[in-house]
Design a binder for this molecule. Structure first.
Ligand code: R5P
Length: 315
């Protein structure tokens, strides 16, 4: 049992950390984080954390390498300040898609990042919708993997009639995730048979497996980055006669021209969570609706602190 629970945030998603702090009823710790003019990062924790159970909230989102480095030096500062346990709450885990050596001479960066976080001194990682479940195994410390599915399912049930709905995974890799949402919504599912061409961002859809004609399709994926994958599938769904096309993705990276492509796409609304803080121009896109996972994180943090199971959150 740990005596003091402390919440600390880096700079990558302060609004989410503030929301978690409100739900948990625990103030955010006092921390200074800045860059010297030579581009080196610096951190100073102004609160006493000796013997504390500290939760550091820092998704490794844009600017990815700065967010990651900030997380590492916060961990180091906490360790040297004698925190008893350092829990890294990383709602969005960047580099997760670099999870296998599927070409000659390429890195497995998701594993490298896991090693960096562990060596820096983290005792636990709390994360949301990893690109692949097995990334948990890249860590030699406990990983609490939380899911956004209950948040999306609750929301969809509250805004629409659950009739003629089909949940669509854009590719076979996301089939389990889509099946889990379809089960909660008590509806059918379909899968996009996607083939990526080359090693750039281009992807090509060949087919939709499953019946979508006349139905409201909910495209469901872990991440929307450039938007290429999702939008190609949305176009195929339109060609196959889907009546409405909605999309739900946990992590709204929305890089490059994603917003422009989304605006021009057949996707009526894109539902994302707040694992990543959105820039103002993305927030003002009329197609985007953000759902909060702050309460889920707050409950998980409190349960982890007192040593209770968190699986009840997902039943
Ligand atoms: C692929 O396996 C992922 O689940 C996403 O579909 C993909 O990485 C999203 O990237 P983008 O939006 O750039 O196509």
């Amino acid at each position: 049992m740990f005596s003091k629970l402390k919440l600390i945030t880096g700079n990558s998603n302060r609004p989410l950390a503030e929301e978690v702090s409100r739900h948990a009823g625990i103030p955010l710790g006092d921390i200074e984080l800045f860059k010297f003019s030579n581009d080196e990062s610096f951190v100073k924790i102004n609160d006493n954390v000796r013997g504390a159970d500290v939760f550091v909230i820092q998704p490794t989102s844009y600017p990815v390498n700065d967010s990651l480095m900030d997380l590492l030096i916060i961990i180091d500062a906490l360790k040297r300040a004698s925190a008893q346990r350092i829990n890294c709450v990383i709602p969005y885990y960047a580099y997760a898609r670099s999870d296998k050596k599927d070409q000659p001479r390429v890195p497995i960066t998701a594993k490298l990042v896991a090693d960096l976080i562990t060596v820096a001194g983290a005792d636990r990682v709390v994360t949301v919708d990893l690109h692949a479940d097995q990334i948990q195994g890249f860590f030699d410390i406990p990983v609490d993997h939380l899911y956004s599915i209950p948040t999306f399912a609750r929301y969809f049930k509250s805004i629409m009639q659950m009739e003629d709905i089909v949940v669509v995974s854009p590719d076979s890799g996301g089939a389990n995730r889509a099946r889990a949402l379809a089960k909660r919504l008590n509806c059918s599912m379909a899968i996009g048979d996607k083939r990526r061409s080359g090693n750039d961002d281009q992807s090509e859809l060949l087919n939709i497996i499953g019946d979508v004609r006349g139905q409201t399709a909910i495209l469901f994926d872990d991440i929307i980055d450039t938007g290429g994958s999702l939008i190609k599938v949305a176009q195929a769904l339109q060609e196959q006669g889907a009546r409405r096309i909605l999309a739900a993705c946990t992590h709204g990276v929305l890089s490059g021209k994603a917003i422009e492509y989304l605006e021009a796409s057949p996707i009526e609304k894109l539902f994302i969570t707040n694992t990543i803080q959105l820039a103002e121009y993305k927030r003002s896109c009329k197609k985007i609706v953000q759902l909060s996972i702050a309460e889920m994180l707050a409950i998980a943090i409190k349960k982890i602190h007192i040593g209770e199971s968190i699986s009840l959150l997902f039943r």
